[in-house]
Design a protein around this ligand. Sequence first.
Ligand SMILES: [Fe+2]
Ligand SMILES: [Fe+2]
Length: 401
Amino acid sequence: MKRILFVDDDSGVLDGLRRMLRGMRHEWETVFTCSGAEALRLLEQSPFDVVVTDMRMPGMDGAQLLEEVMRRHAETIRIVLSGQADGESVLRSIGSAHQYLSKPCDESTVKATIARALLLRQWISEPTIKQLVARVTSLPSLPSLYAELVAELRSAESSIQRIAAIISRDVGMTAKILQLVNSSYFGLRQRVATPSQAVAHLGIDVLRALVLSVHTFAEYEGLTLAGFSIDALFDHSLAVGALAKQVVQKAGGTAEQANDALVAGMLHDVGKLVLASNLQDRYAAALTLARRDPMPLVAAENEVFGCSHAEVGAYLLALWGLSDAVVEAVAFHHQPARSAVQSFSALTAVHVANALARERGAAPREPSSIDDDYLAGLGLFDRLPGWRELADGILCEGVMQ
Ligand SMILES: [Fe+2]
Ligand SMILES: [Fe+2]
């Protein structure tokens, strides 16, 4: 039984939610309260899996409440349910909320948002890792790209295209911008798939506020681990994104699958970024173990953390509300046969692209392998030579350097 706490000073809103969620009573225990202070008291009494809060409330507002929840109960999933008039306070909550829903919110959106955020927690056994992922509010960005972005936003002639191009080259910024724009508060009704679409939708003024005032993106400050380089990880991620998109196109997939593959390819190793930048010593131990034994890095991570970067990344992106197709592709990029979806998808493309990129020495310490049985099961094994040609093409263009 999952426990969900709803906080709103408007009893009408709480009554609506209570009615809306009655059908879920066998899976979710729902508790309703009208103030932040009372919410904190309830959390102190017994833990909740999810807190969904209004923003503008007398006394403690939603942003303050979520800050406290993050500090005291790191594992709890934090969702904002807010009216459009609360713009400024929503911006203040960007550091502490996982997702943002817009009032009025329909039943299926509320249910789906909570269910999706909860879905992947079960994969992470160690409580400290669960807490760590739920506490991540931004991911390290490359200083050069961060500086470029700030300069572009400060310029009198900022261009949306140039801003999109900068964000698309940075793993951390890509993940964060998609978190924001896939929330119903900032987003369109239809799903926003790529960083370029996200940037175009948010517009320069909102981006300026997000980056220059709220400091939504975090500049990375020196991460030195033997055998781990953020620059190399970003290059590899860009290459896998570009190749995965081409794999979908060559296989005759849909435009949506191609976009999902591009984004999932770019974000597939985001879990490494989370682990390496937050748990440096333990990540160094995993790297050493992989080198010394030698064993695949995924196996070494499993020994050290009880899960791998694939599950950590997928959990973060699910918490942040990215699409199921992207989350799925990130979760299973090393073991696609574990996915429930056994037909050609963004996952297939990311698995292939990652393995081909690694074969070509993009990340030389990780032994790579394509899951031949998985491809054969999909009837796609004979496509491999064509995909290798694509990989060669991208390598020639220098994306994989
Ligand atoms: Fe990976
Ligand atoms: Fe990778």
